[in-house]
Every structure is written in C-alpha cells, then in structure tokens.
Design a protein around this ligand. Structure first.
Ligand SMILES: [Zn+2]
Length: 196
C-alpha cells in the first residue's frame, strides 16, 4: 500500500461528508438524496481533473414534512451548513474557494431565518447578540456531532473517493449534468446506519 497525501479532492470529500453526516443526524424526517464532488469548472470539467485544483460538491437532502419556518429546522440548517467547513478543517484542510463563500453566505441567511423564527422575550431581542449566540451554538454542536460519528464521516469519504469519476445527471437543483464522484442517498444512508 502506498500512502496517499491528502489533496483538495480528499478535503472536498470530507467537506461534503460533514454536510451529509450533520444533516443525517440532526434533521428530523429528512433523507439524503445524493452526495457528490466535482473538480474543475462546476460539473463540466474533464474526466481527469487536477486533484489539487478547486473541488466543490453538494450533499442534497429532501424533507418528508413541510418546513414551515420551524425554528429547530432553521437551527439544523445552520449546523448542517457549518459542518462542511469544519469536517474539512478536521481532516487537515484549509477551506477556501467558491463553496466556502457560498456556505458562509448561506449560514448568515440561515442565522437570520433562525433568529426570525424564534420567540425572543424583549430582554433578549437584541439581534446582534442573539444571532452571535446561535452561531456559536451551531458551530459547537456541529463539532460535537462530527466528533461523535468519525467513522460515519470516513465511510462517506471512502465511498465518494471510491466511486468512479463519471458523467452524471445530478438531482441537486441547478447543477445539471457533468463529471463527478457521486453516491446515491440510499448508499449514504446505509453507511450512516451501519456506523451510527
Ligand atoms: Zn459546503
């Protein structure tokens, strides 16, 4: 066996595994639809992208129940979003690039949605203070879940990197067709079950 040094492709796999594991363990009544990572231009690169180029991906969920501004779901969104960056960091990566920017913008929007969906007594209804508290709590709890299920994270990483890099039409809205490593929601959830 040769030791493989982690590259951007590995870190992207950890990033998406972080999203997948957090969503699986914190969303009530949700299913993973798919998890994928793609190198080069969004889903249109050559079949053999540079392992150290820019990689991005998606862990896509579907919900069995209407979301209806549920504050717990809004908070679970925050945890799920921040977990990508954290899982990547835990693996020794240094998150950067388009996906990180998107995640951070999404995290800020989700924080506003969570604050807006909470009933805050007048003494606590200071927006800046309450959003900072929620952000800290989401980060803290996301780390705890990642620490609790390291084998689930690793299993998703191994499955993603072991999947062929081929052309797919992905299910996630807005991505279309292109080359990626992809595992189905069924495979991802079976792995979670066996490692949880
Ligand atoms: Zn992400």
């Amino acid at each position: 066996m040769t030791a493989v040094l982690p590259d951007q492709r590995h870190f992207a796999a950890f990033h998406e595994a972080g999203h997948a594991v957090l969503g699986y363990f914190t969303y009530p009544r949700a299913r993973i639809r798919e998890v994928f990572i793609a190198g080069g231009p969004p889903l249109s690169g050559s079949p053999l992208p540079d392992p150290n180029g820019e990689w991005r991906g998606r862990a896509e969920f579907s919900f069995d129940v209407p979301r209806n501004g549920d504050p717990l779901l809004a908070f679970a969104d925050m945890m799920q979003t921040v977990a990508g960056e954290m899982a990547e960091r835990n693996a020794g990566g240094c998150p950067s690039g388009t996906e990180l920017q998107n995640d951070q913008a999404e995290f800020a929007d989700q924080t506003q949605a969570a604050v807006g969906s909470l009933y805050l007594p007048p003494s606590l209804a200071n927006y800046r203070a309450s959003s900072q508290t929620l952000e800290d709590a989401a980060r803290h709890l996301a780390v705890q879940v990642l620490i609790a299920y390291p084998r689930a994270v690793q299993a998703i990483v191994d499955a993603l990197l072991g999947a062929p890099y081929r052309r797919w039409r992905v299910l996630s809205p807005g991505y279309g067709t292109g080359y990626c490593h992809r595992i189905t929601g069924r495979v991802a959830m079976d792995l979670m079950r066996s490692y949880s």
